[in-house]
Design a protein. Structure first.
Length: 498
């Protein structure tokens, strides 16, 4: 009797895993290194512009002086200033070193972008996302910026990554981990807390499909824990908002186009991202993750627009910079899904090439600051004598150009000039700016020579837009002996006549 052979049961393929997987090492490492290389290449060439000079000035103060200042102004940047203060004390305050923390933050963000793409889509999308994000002009723009925005992008992207992990396998530890970057994001820049809106919508959409009530509760507790340490800063920042951002105008619908162009530091790249970011929504395979990414990219922008219709406007591109990774992921998904595959590669290359002129410009000396403080300081250094005084263009309407900081940053340490019209220093005033003399003539003292630095073209006179009472005091007691024009600035040496 023949023996019946047993046929082994057909192998049943394991169900496709839904949701994020662990961070894949090689896939994220190359993206981080590429982004770091791009953002550090010639990072010290562009001159610091006024916002970066404010960061340098704050970070250069003693810890007590810095904390005293934050009680009156710029509290919303306090955590970044404290971090930069520690960084500068170790690595110095050259342009490249001041900007390196931002480059590192963008590199870490690139790693998270690749990880999110790999888990929501596939490896091809992850490669496209890593390349696209690393080579976006805006990543270079803010990866070479001594401000908090790159760190905010990192914190918000980390919050998204940890949200996805918590949704994959909810638990107290994962929701607690999620709360950490939420808190850091808010402490670095309060507007970035708007990322909680799309996160909440994603949780609700997932709950609607799975009916997992514990997920909603876990998210609520995690978000609340992240918000808790930010509440004092929210209250203090609110009281300083008029002085800090009172210059931002209430937006109109037409301003959305301008914000989009600036959000990518290139109108052409912004247009290309907009065109490709909508492609995944048309394909059922990637529709759900595409919708979730679209929420992360679009909802904060819409919320900022709506909130800015009130008494205080927050409508400026860098305040919603944290949405860029979501847009890059959407665009990469659209490009990676194009058929045949070489079409997607060619489209990605074309999109990157659109940003090359902007990338080149971002590495020029005047990419951020049009006035040449470096050259102006060189003029003073060449003609300096001990005992010389200093009068920068400051005034109520001009001090935000920070001409004084610009010159002071580029002057050698050996040069010490008395700021003639300062009655009380910024440090003593617990402020970003010093208090100037109400009666300038009484503050001249016996200063024999004064270096006057004003803004303007070569056609402007030496006194430029100097406050009238300060100009009058100088004209009554000094004469201009030399006047040198450099890009955007005029440096004049005044000698006493009586």
């Amino acid at each position: 009797m023949p023996t019946a052979t047993q046929t082994p049961p057909a192998a049943v393929p394991a169900p496709a895993r839904v949701g994020p997987r662990r961070l894949p090492g090689p896939d994220w490492l190359w993206a981080a290194l590429l982004t770091l290389a791009v953002t550090t290449f010639r990072a010290g060439t562009p001159q610091l512009w006024r916002d970066e000079l404010a960061s340098w000035n704050a970070a250069s103060r003693d810890t007590g002086e810095l904390i005293g200042m934050l009680g009156h102004v710029d509290a919303v940047s306090g955590l970044y200033y404290l971090l930069l203060h520690g960084w500068v004390s170790v690595f110095g305050d050259s342009e490249a070193m001041l900007r390196l923390p931002s480059a590192l933050a963008m590199a870490a963000t690139a790693a998270l972008v690749v990880a999110i793409a790999r888990n929501l889509f596939d490896r091809r999308t992850a490669v496209f996302a890593g390349l696209l994000f690393a080579l976006l002009p805006v990543v270079t723009r803010y990866g070479t910026e001594a401000r908090s925005y790159a760190l905010v992008v990192l914190a918000a992207t980390a919050a998204t990554w940890l949200l996805l992990r918590a949704l994959e396998r909810p638990g107290p530890a994962r929701w607690a981990a999620y709360a950490v970057p939420v808190a850091l994001s808010g402490l670095l820049h309060m507007v970035s807390l708007l990322v909680l809106l799309p996160h909440a919508l994603i949780v609700l959409l997932r709950w609607w499909g799975q009916r997992r009530g514990r997920t909603v509760v876990g998210f609520a507790l995690g978000a609340a824990a992240g918000l808790l340490p930010v509440i004092p800063l929210l209250l203090l920042g609110r009281s300083q908002a008029g002085r800090q951002i009172g210059w931002i105008k209430t937006p109109h619908l037409r301003d959305l186009a301008g914000l989009w162009d600036n959000l990518f530091a290139s109108p052409l790249v912004g247009l290309g991202v907009a065109a490709t970011a909508l492609l995944p929504l048309a394909w059922s395979r990637g529709r759900r993750p595409a919708v979730e990414l679209l929420l992360i990219g679009a909802v904060p922008v819409a919320a900022v627009y709506l909130v800015s219709q009130g008494s205080t406007s927050y409508f400026i591109d860098r305040y919603v910079l944290f949405t860029v990774p979501a847009w890059a992921l959407l665009a990469a998904a659209g490009l990676a899904a194009l058929k045949p595959r070489p079409v997607g590669v060619a489209a990605l290359a074309a999109l990157i090439l659109l940003g090359v002129p902007d990338q080149r410009h971002l590495r020029t000396e005047q990419a951020k600051e049009t006035a040449d403080g470096r050259a102006a300081a060189a003029v003073i250094t060449k003609g300096y004598r001990p005992g010389d005084g200093f009068v920068p263009l400051r005034g109520a309407s001009e001090r935000f150009y920070m001409t004084d900081f610009q010159i002071e940053y580029h002057l050698p340490d050996r040069i010490r000039m008395r700021d003639v019209f300062v009655r009380r220093s910024a440090e003593d005033s617990d402020d970003l700016f010093p208090v100037e003399c109400a009666l300038p003539e009484r503050c001249l003292g016996d200063t024999g020579r004064i270096w006057l630095v004003t803004r303007g073209s070569g056609k402007d006179d030496a006194y430029g837009r100097l406050p009238a009472d300060q100009a009058r005091a100088l004209k009554d007691h000094y004469r201009v002996t030399t006047s040198t024009h450099v890009r955007g600035l005029r440096v004049s040496l005044l000698e006493r006549t009586r």
